[in-house]
Ligand binder design. Structure first.
Ligand code: PMV
Length: 359
């Protein structure tokens, strides 16, 4: 698919003031993207569950202004002016102004809030950037009369934050080109939900907050360290193979294979960090304890309860809906005490961005 990367100015006089508001979710990768090149392009393909409870709501209140080539943006995060985030958005819009040359024709007030506490250790860039891009795409679509293209929204979200490219699709999204996946691309993500056993579109992801501290090494720095990692090429090959295998397991409803790949992907991601130069560890002692508890419980109960990890210490507990009641005492009695303040965000596979302003 060809994405139109040349935006157009709005016709003068045709610009009206307006308000757009979108909710966009976070996502959790099952096969991880770790390592990039060029302009936010992935070294290997990835697949993720789109989440629901962990989301960002962003609104843009806009009105026409004289087009003096300058941006005029006020940014509020959780009700308060936030210069650091505002500058990040301005930098992004300036860098990619060819995509939306009309931004200098508007005065914009952007307000954003997360459903999860900022200090919960949950990455907010996927939900935050995709929510912003859905708002911008909505403004554009109102003025040029064309429907929002999710492929283009994914392309633009990718430029803001790689994994954000997957958040614009419901249920399951693949990002990165793979020979066996038709339509897959390094430039944007594509939906994958129609192909899998419906059990996977109802999956749970309980996010266990093991630490709410800011990460000592950012994802950007982590991706960069893959360039000098002696295991990098093997890792990219493994990710391609794991993507094939996990897709097959999801088509066949093979939970055991699914869990085996997901857990190996999570541990591989952290192993890559541990053997980077310089090496680093984002896991906490409680992360390891919870992993051991999950594995022991699974071997005793034979229930399909698995874990994955993001680039941080928090555990994502993955399981199908039909065992939710059965495992909840184990989660509450055994796992919850390992979480800071007992905090668990009970999430599920979700439906992607939602327009909160009914027209
Ligand atoms: O999108 P970034 O640059 O924050 O990188 C995300 C990397 C992982 O979350 C660790 C894996 C992934 O595929 O989302």
């Amino acid at each position: 698919m060809k994405i139109d990367t040349e935006g157009h100015k709005f016709k003068e006089g045709a610009i009206q003031e307006g308000l757009v508001r979108w909710k966009s979710p976070s996502n959790i990768a099952l096969v991880k993207y770790w390592g990039k090149y060029g302009e936010q392009l992935p070294k290997n393909p990835s697949i993720s569950f789109t989440l629901d409870a962990a989301h960002t709501i962003t609104e843009i209140d806009y009105r026409p202004k004289a087009d003096d080539g300058k941006l005029e943006i006020n940014f509020f995060f959780e009700g308060k002016p936030n210069e650091a985030f505002g500058q990040k958005i301005e930098h992004f819009l300036k860098k990619h102004v060819a995509l939306f040359p009309w931004v200098t024709q508007l005065q914009m007030t952007i307000k954003s809030k997360n459903s999860f506490p900022h200090s919960s250790g949950i990455a907010s860039s996927a939900s935050g950037m995709s929510a912003l891009v859905m708002c911008l795409s909505d403004i554009e679509s109102k003025h040029n009369g064309e429907e929002i293209s999710l492929a283009k929204a994914s392309y633009i979200s990718r430029l803001a934050s790689g994994s954000a490219s997957r958040s614009v699709f419901p249920e399951l999204a693949v990002w990165g080109s793979h020979n066996a996946i038709e339509g897959s691309s390094n430039l944007y993500a594509t939906t994958y939900s129609k192909e899998v056993n419906p059990m996977f579109t109802q999956f749970h992801d309980d996010i266990m907050i093991i630490s709410a501290k800011e990460k000592s090494v950012s994802s950007t720095a982590g991706h960069a360290l893959m360039n000098g990692n002696i295991y990098a090429e093997n890792r990219y090959m493994q990710a391609n193979q794991n993507l094939m295998d996990i897709i097959r397991s999801m088509k066949e409803g093979d939970l055991e294979k699914f869990g085996e790949i997901v857990e190996s992907e999570a541990l591989t991601l952290h192993a890559l960090m541990m053997c980077s130069t310089p090496s680093y560890i984002l896991l906490e002692p409680h992360t390891i304890s919870v992993i051991n508890e999950i594995r022991q419980y699974r071997s005793e109960s034979k229930l399909p309860l698995y874990f994955t990890l993001d680039a941080g210490p928090n555990i994502h507990l993955l399981y199908p809906d039909d065992i939710a009641d059965q495992i909840s005492p184990f989660i509450e009695e055994v796992l919850q005490p390992y979480c800071v303040g007992g905090k668990i965000i009970k999430d599920k596979v979700g439906q992607g961005p939602q327009n909160l302003i009914n027209e």
